[in-house]
Structures are given as C-alpha cells and as structure tokens.
Design a protein around this ligand. Structure first.
Ligand code: MG
Length: 244
C-alpha cells in the first residue's frame, strides 16, 4: 500500500502541475454570445426584452375567461377585479417564463381566511399561485399568500398589510408531456414574494384542485396566464413577462 502511494503521489502532483500550467483558453466559450438586455431602472421595471402585459393604461392584452373583452376596471395605474364578472386571461399563450406582477388586497378588510383579498395567478390557466391578504389572517398554510394552492406552503409569510402593493417575481417551467398524455416532466416554480424566496423550484403536482388531489392532463406547450375573480376587488399593476 505504501509502495503504491509512493508511486501515485508524484503522478497526482504532475496532474496539478499540468492544470496550473495548461492552456486556460481550452475552457473558454466565446459562442454563443449572451443576448444584450437593457435592465429596468429597478428590478421591478420591465427589462428591454420583456413583454408588458399591463402598463396601467388598458386591458388590451387581456380577455374574459369566457371570451370577449376583459370586464375588470382600470384606474390609477391599476386593474381591479370586478367581483362576479369572472376571471381574465392573457390573449397570448405562454410556457416557460419569468413573470413580474404587483398586487394589492383591499385596504378595507372584509371577511377572514380565504374570504379576505383572495385572487390568484394561474400559470397556463391551470396552476395557481395564491394571492391572498395573509397579513394577520390565518388560513390553511397551503392556501395562504404565495402558496401553490393546496400544494406547496410558502417558505415564509412575507405579506405586507392590506392596501399596500406587493410583488411576485416568478420563474415558471411548463410541464412536458409524451404524445400519449403521460407526464415527461412536471411543471416547476420559483417565487419571490416582495423580494424574498418563498417557493424554491418546487415541483407542481398537477392542475390546481379545490377538492381532491391535483393531477395532470396533457395540454398545449403554451397557454394563457389567468387572473382569478374570487369575489374580492384585488388590484394588479406593472405586469411583465419574459418567455424563456
Ligand atoms: Mg385564489
């Protein structure tokens, strides 16, 4: 054993010597070049390659869940759920993406638990990232703000008081399916709530369900992003997306 070590040690030393004195160019990659993107003034502002879904002025990029014009109200640079008018969705479909969205639950608190400032962001129209007034408002943990509804509890409750603007920054990876409908890879999501990591690349179990277990049903590579009408006048602003 000692003899073997005596033989190997100089060899190991030679390798280190070669690494130190080899050509560093051998490990440099010059192509492809990363595209140039001009960042926004702050991380909340849309970078140059983002698609702006709502800039505070109109609902051009949106339509009703049932088809036709989006029925929500626009004012003061925000769009607000018109309770009982139904959810809205983007006209365009998206798959893998980075999303920035700001939301505000009503300053006047009404109700409790799930009945307080409830809305939601539905990736591909199916996978809900919960929007809720979770400031001093207890509900089931996998249904609070920043939960993947009835699936993943957020790593922290980073909620601001009702009536204050809050943000989500999200990296969403769409699920992949085989031709026959089986899941090739599940959807994944990473979420920052007011800048704090709350979902760390978690695997989504399937389409969000109110009752029972989530499951996947094969769908297109791209599908509209949805916003929920849960009966509360929740507002949204500064929504931009970067398809990945
Ligand atoms: Mg909801």
């Amino acid at each position: 054993m000692k003899k073997l070590l005596a033989l190997l040690l100089p060899l190991a030393a030679t390798t280190t010597f070669a690494q130190r004195n080899g050509d560093p160019k051998l490990t440099e990659l010059w192509e492809p070049k990363a595209p140039i993107v001009t960042p926004g003034k702050t991380a909340a502002d849309a970078p140059s390659d983002a698609m702006v879904l709502f800039d505070g002025r109109d609902l051009q990029q949106w339509e009703s869940d049932k088809g036709g014009p989006a029925p929500w109200t626009v004012g003061d640079g925000a769009m607000t759920v018109k309770p009982q008018s139904g959810g809205i969705r983007t006209r365009q479909g998206f798959g893998d993406c980075q999303l920035h969205i700001e939301w505000r639950t009503p300053a006047v608190v009404k109700g409790e638990g799930q009945m307080r400032g409830n809305s939601g962001i539905f990736f591909m129209g199916r996978y809900e990232l919960q929007v809720l007034d979770s400031y001093n408002n207890t509900t089931y943990s996998n249904g609070q703000a920043a939960s993947m509804y009835k699936q993943h509890i957020p790593l922290a409750n980073v909620s601001r008081p009702p009536g204050e603007w809050q943000s989500y920054d999200v990296i969403f990876t769409a699920p992949r399916f085989y031709e026959d409908g089986r899941v090739k890879s599940a959807a994944r999501i990473t979420v920052f709530h007011n800048g704090v990591l709350v979902q760390n690349n978690v695997e989504i179990w399937g389409q969000t369900q109110f009752i029972g277990v989530a499951n996947y049903e094969k769908h297109a590579d791209k599908a509209p992003l949805g916003l929920q009408d849960h009966g509360d006048p929740v507002s949204f602003r500064n929504i931009w997306i970067r398809p990945l």
